[in-house]
Design a protein around this ligand. Structure first.
Ligand code: SF4
Length: 239
């Protein structure tokens, strides 16, 4: 059944009660879940997410950044949260990390049109830099990741990817469990009910933070190797 807010178009700000630190993770996630229109198209779910106020993160962000790509995409890439440029543009993976991801996908011979990209958290969490106007990325809390989970589940249900790729520790631990370690298990096929093939690797933003050109080059090569594993899994599931 559609949630009351969606059926009536009632203003979210008017209807939403104040979210407090004492709210349980389950109750915050339930607030997002009740906004997901059941059996709706992905586009309708994206529109519903654009007014989500289920946790506090919307307040400092410009807009919701929902996933992007075809519902027929065979590969779903899941990152942590939108960054500064994604927040401004309202689209995932369009900043420097997104450009590096595009380069790595091309090197691994994965068509961008085969890929759906999204994040476990749909609003940009940040803090002002000590000097200047830069907005510094802040890691989302476990409770915020859980609060946003209904939107990710709605994307998974509609895209039904053959290969699910977790980019970075936040996405991997959200989807594969808190004990999952990307450093130990990157590039390996993981058994999971979420998709026929599930793989975790680093987030491309970690490569951008490499100390020097040489280590950046090595980390990029390792990332491409992990994406080649994705391409092999994709070929196996298609044939
Ligand atoms: S981060 Fe997710 S749950 Fe929180 S307000 Fe944004 S869309 Fe809603």
């Amino acid at each position: 059944m559609l949630s009351r807010s969606i059926r009536t178009g009632e203003s979210t700000s008017r209807k939403s009660r104040r979210i407090t630190e004492h709210d349980s993770t389950d109750s915050v996630a339930a607030r997002a879940a009740e906004r997901v229109p059941p059996r709706a198209t992905l586009a309708a779910v994206s529109r519903a997410a654009s007014t989500c106020r289920a946790c506090e993160l919307w307040k400092a962000a410009t807009q919701t950044v929902f996933g992007e790509g075809s519902t027929k995409a065979q590969v779903m890439l899941v990152g942590e949260q939108p960054g500064d440029q994604e927040d401004r543009m309202g689209r995932p993976f369009v900043g420097p990390a997104g450009r590096l991801l595009d380069q790595a996908l091309a090197e691994a011979e994965i068509e961008r049109s085969e890929v759906y990209v999204t994040n476990v958290v749909k609003h940009f969490k940040w803090a002002p830099a000590e000097r200047g106007k830069r907005r510094i990325h802040k890691k989302p809390r476990y409770s915020e990741i859980q609060a946003c989970r209904p939107w990710l589940d709605a994307e998974l249900e509609r895209v039904k990817p053959e290969v699910l790729v977790c980019l970075g520790a936040s996405a991997a631990q959200a989807l594969l469990g808190k004990d999952f370690r990307v450093s130990r298990q990157r590039g390996q096929l993981i058994q999971s009910p979420l998709a026929p093939h599930v793989i975790a690797t680093v987030h491309p933003s970690s490569i951008l933070r490499a100390q020097d050109d040489e280590s950046r080059h090595q980390q990029l090569e390792a990332f491409v190797q992990d994406l080649r594993q994705v391409a092999r899994a994709l070929k196996r599931s298609v044939h």
